[in-house]
Design a protein around this ligand. Sequence first.
Ligand code: SF4
Ligand code: SF4
Length: 373
Amino acid sequence: MRTIDHCYQDPLDAIWLVTAHRIGLRVERSGQVYASTDGRGRLLVGEARTLDPDDSLAQMVFHELCHSLIEGPDAFDRPDWGLDNTGPRDIARERACLRLQATLAAEYGLRGFLAPTTEFRSFYDELASDPLQPRRDWTVVLAILGLRHADKPPWAPHLREALRATAEIARTARQLIGPDSAVADSRPMLWRLVDRLPERHRVGFPGAVEDDVERACGNCAWRYRGGPGRPVDRCRQADGVRVEADWPGCNRWEAELDCRECAACCRDAYHSVTVSRRDPMLRNHPDLVVDRGSYVELRRIGHPRGNHCAALGGGIYSTDPGDARPAGDDPAGQAPWRPYGCAIYADRPRPCREFETGGQHCLTARRRVGLSR
Ligand code: SF4
Ligand code: SF4
């Protein structure tokens, strides 16, 4: 009788089991569920016999981790990340998860290979080559905010390491197997959906979405001319690294900024805007400021999505404040929205006048509200 002292494990299964464990989840198989978390560190995934032929443990764990990125670190303590998957309440959050999943997977050529196998698959398949558009959509904002978590503990470095390793194995398998499907059932194997690894941009970010010849450093909002020394084209996203106008864009590329679509700096990106006591705005609009004794600041209005300057109108604030939902929060996409605007634009105080569109503070503001990566 031989002694069995090792067990075989599918390599992708092993990678994602270990990754889940390193991030804080213990994966167990169950015949009772498709995928579910108990809020106490356990992720239940359906047993192989209960899953569809295109289900993989790798994708299922990855999908759950994408949910955790959207919901944030506190959600590890909530069953199913605090989401209700029995009704429409959290459809926007599910869609945000899929946008994030598509974005992260695409960076490793795995957008098709790691596609979700839930009832939301058609939404995933219909996403544009850049899943983070349009920025006005609340599900895009949630996805951008969630992506920020991917490079922080407990997800980093494990999640990206798992994606890198999965991409290497999947590409090797795809090359070796080719179009042959004789060893599987009549359907082509999932490996066929593995794409080539996207080129990295010279500044280090992943390259722009496939075949997008319109996006170049030269027409990117984050290119600026500056020093030290002789002014040259530089990239605000890459901490001032030098770029050339004819370089293809990276995945941080953004078109010319439109403040009426943004208003990040007037919303909750900055919690206080101080106004000089000598600013003429104080005389003309005393109702829009608050005197704190040692300083005066613009008055702010509370809102379910974060407070904002009392002079700001438009955007998600155009609806009844009690039900102010960005368009993407509405499963039917019908929630009203109108361009942002400042009610006292001609009279706005000095800090607002001096705020530079496309400058460092503008990028910080947009990042804080989930409009820029
Ligand atoms: S963010 Fe814009 S300027 Fe910077 S590398 Fe990407 S495309 Fe070029
Ligand atoms: S953060 Fe930048 S783009 Fe947005 S409203 Fe302010 S200046 Fe305009």
